[in-house]
Design a protein around this ligand. Structure first.
Ligand SMILES: Nc1nc2c(ncn2[C@@H]2O[C@H](COP(=O)(O)OP(=O)(O)OP(=O)(O)O)[C@@H](O)[C@H]2O)c(=O)[nH]1
Ligand SMILES: [Mg+2]
Length: 698
């Protein structure tokens, strides 16, 4: 295994919509470059990058994985990423450490939801992009139609540098518009390539397409534009150099054609990545200096080391695997390093190059390269492994907050500890899940980016850690409040044998604005209740308000004013006043017109505009309030506020209505009153569920 310098490395994040063929294409690139000796297939479960059991079972990538192709003395790091929206944060993380994105587009479907999302995320990072029209061998695959949708969503500077030879099943190669040569391939999947002249029937189209390419390249650079005007064209050298610069500046996005499954045109794609995608040496990296300011630095392998951890994997055998990109300097095996984010020391053992799950030890990893290390103690995703002398950290990758939660229950009792431990390891690997016990409902909640995400997490829990759980929709964290002021009285008096018990208090309940929780105000003057018993009254009220009155949910957004009371010299004690507080609270609640509150979510739905009408109707039916609707290309964003209780089944609905093309996101907005007919149902359900603990019945 060689060690590569920055100039001979390409870091490429392979991104795009689910099922567009990213994994299959990476498989073809690895086979074409001789890294593996057969063409792995997603459908046969033997690709390099979908190696996780869950990925093989589902035939979809669920986490970013790393592979590399050596091609023309260059190491091309390929990060295969998931196309499903639920797992998009891994694609983002991959783009963050890449110098280019390979945006894979299905030549039949054209631009899809995640294509667009990937494109926008790459745009935010100023990331150069190469577009590959994949699945060119399929029925109804079309360069022309795909280009229309690409230009609409991604701009007019998406420009073919190849034309396909043969349509659909007859697709057998490409014309390279830069070299003006034809590359044709055996159709047996062997990837055997023949170089030849441009076929006569394509000569005219190819010449016109080459002209369009030259013009686009000239447009991206003033100096070239002048030359183009003077000479009417560009020289071959100017075209090649100009295309590289325009790609690197993310001004022009070259488009190539391929079929990953038929293994056609993998070699020209590898050439395009080597020739046009920037190396780390071409692209200074961004980091934060000691003062937290963004700085831009070259990939200098003589500088003090600085690397960013972009992914952590909880491997059941190897333990924790930490994947990083070295931005400057050099990490060496068996050395002590600093974690600049945590301010701790770590010991690097073996450094690893990853070819999917296959790990090879390497002595060092230099500036610009991506690698991994096993068994670090404290280092987590987003940390900077950086020498103090470098004085650098990195702006953290932002991970999205969970969209929805499920309750999980161990299948066998006594598994709870094991679940806790395993979930914490999975949380480390996947920062977009949250696992915690709900303090209000006491359920174990697993929250994630969608139903699929949660199912996959539970499946990992079973496969990797051997624990099985049941998934249930979570209880909705309802709350209770009051809508009217009320005065109330609580008196606790008991005479049992010797000492009696006596406490008496008068309180006022007052509604407060949403979000104010609870206030206790002591207005006792003149000692009608002695000082030392006032905290007991408050405690009695606090405890009973948390137990709820109507349906067992905490009572919030109100104030209790304690304004009068009575005591007895001998019989009064703390317990008596606590009980008096509880009785007064119950009395007050019965008069203060209590009501139920429910969580309302801010929901954003992103779907093809054709479905907008149906989706809005559905949201209305879910008691939603539509806040707005914005077209974005062929898509529409619908914003609405919808009660959480109505959103538990939304994902299935959205998927079935839009054929999987719609996505949504939601987060907590506020609490609002539950309509009265709904309240009756919730109260009735609570009574059968846990009736005896409720104040209303006590
Ligand atoms: N006909 C044809 N089928 C292809 C091609 N590339 C991929 N496929 C098939 O399309 C399906 C999806 O391919 P994948 O490579 O798993 O797609 P992906 O983009 O990695 O999907 P995610 O991992 O879910 O994002 C598989 O059944 C592949 O066999 C291609 O070039 N031609
Ligand atoms: Mg995949």
């Amino acid at each position: 295994m060689k060690v590569y310098d920055a100039a001979s490395i390409r870091n490429v994040a392979v991104v795009g919509h689910g099922g567009c063929g990213k994994t299959q294409l990476v498989s073809a690139l690895l086979f074409a470059s001789g890294m593996v000796n057969r063409l792995g297939k997603v459908d046969e479960g033997n690709t390099v990058t979908d190696y996780d059991d869950e990925e093989i079972a589902r035939k979809h990538t669920l986490a970013a994985s790393l592979a590399y192709a050596e091609w023309n003395k260059t190491k091309i790091n390929l990060i295969d990423t998931p196309g499903f929206g639920n797992f998009f944060s891994d694609a983002r993380a991959a783009m963050r450490v890449a110098d280019a994105a390979l945006v894979v587009v299905d030549a039949v479907a054209g631009v899809e939801v995640q294509t667009e999302k990937s494109w926008n995320a790459a745009h935010e990072l100023d990331l150069p992009r190469v577009v590959v029209l994949n699945r060119m061998d399929r029925e109804r695959a079309s360069l022309e139609r795909s280009l229309v949708s690409l230009r609409q969503s991604c701009g007019r500077t998406v420009i073919p540098i190849q034309l396909p030879i043969g349509d659909e099943k007859a697709f057998r190669g490409v014309v390279d518009l830069v070299a003006m040569k034809a590359y044709t391939f055996e159709t047996d999947g062997s990837g055997k390539m023949t170089e030849g002249a441009v076929p006569a029937d394509l000569a005219e189209t190819a010449a016109a397409a080459r002209e369009a390419l030259i013009e686009m390249v000239a447009e991206a650079d003033e100096r070239l534009m002048e030359k183009f005007f003077d000479a009417g064209t560009l020289t071959q050298d100017e075209l090649v150099a100009g295309l590289k610069l325009a790609t690197q500046a993310a001004k022009v996005f070259t488009l190539v054609c391929a079929s990953g499954l038929a293994n056609i045109a993998a070699q020209p794609l590898l050439d395009a990545l080597v020739n046009y995608a920037p190396s780390p040496a071409d692209r200074p990296f961004r980091a934060l200096d000691a003062a937290g300011n963004e700085v831009s630095r070259p990939a200098d392998d003589k500088a003090p080391y600085a690397a960013l951890v972009w992914k952590t994997v909880a491997d059941q055998f190897a333990g924790r695997i930490t994947m990083f990109r070295v931005f400057q300097g050099c990490l060496k095996a068996d050395s002590a390093v600093q974690n600049a984010t945590q301010g701790t020391q770590e010991r690097l053992g073996h450094l690893i190059e990853m070819q999917g799950k296959t790990q090879t030890n390497v002595p060092e990893i230099r500036a610009g390269d991506i690698g991994a290390v096993a068994k670090l103690k404290d280092t987590r995703t987003n940390d900077a492994i950086a020498d103090k002398a470098a004085g650098l950290t990195f702006a953290p990758l932002a991970f999205p907050e969970p969209v929805l939660a499920y309750a999980i229950e161990p299948k066998s009792r006594g598994d709870e500890d094991k679940i806790n431990q395993s979930m914490h390891r999975l949380e480390e690997e996947d920062p977009t899940i949250r696992y915690a016990r709900d303090p209000q409902t006491h359920e174990l909640l697993l929250a994630g980016q969608g139903q699929l995400h949660i199912e996959v997490t539970v499946a990992k829990l079973k496969r990797r850690f051997g624990v099985e759980v049941n998934l249930k929709p979570p209880r909705i964290p309802y709350r209770e409040t009051i809508t009217a002021r009320a005065e109330a009285h609580g008196r606790h008096k008991k005479q049992t044998g010797g000492h009696g018990q006596f406490g008496d208090c008068k309180i006022r309940l007052e509604p407060l604005p949403r979000g104010s929780e609870f206030e206790f105000v002591d207005e006792i003057f003149g000692g009608s209740i002695p000082r030392q018993f006032i905290p007991a009254v408050e405690k009695g009220i606090q405890e009973s308000r948390l137990r709820g009155y109507l349906a067992g949910y905490p009572v919030v957004d109100f104030r209790v004013v304690l304004y009068d009371g009575q005591y007895h010299d001998v019989d009064s004690n703390e317990l008596s006043f606590k009980t008096a507080g509880w009785l007064a609270f119950k009395d007050g609640m019965s008069k203060a017109r209590p009501t139920l509150l429910e969580p309302v979510m801010n929901v954003e739905v992103y779907a093809p505009s054709d479905y907008a009408g149906d989706l809005m109707g559905d949201l209305n039916g879910r008691r939603g309030r539509i806040g707005g609707m914005e077209p974005r290309g062929q898509m529409t964003v619908i914003k609405a506020q919808v009660p959480m209780a109505e959103m538990l089944t939304y994902e299935q609905h959205l998927t079935s209505v839009t054929g999987g093309r719609g996505t949504y996101h939601m987060e907590m907005s506020h609490y609002d009153e539950v309509p009265s007919h709904q309240q009756q149902k919730i109260i009735a359900a609570a009574k059968t569920d846990r009736g005896h603990s409720m104040e209303a019945e006590a």
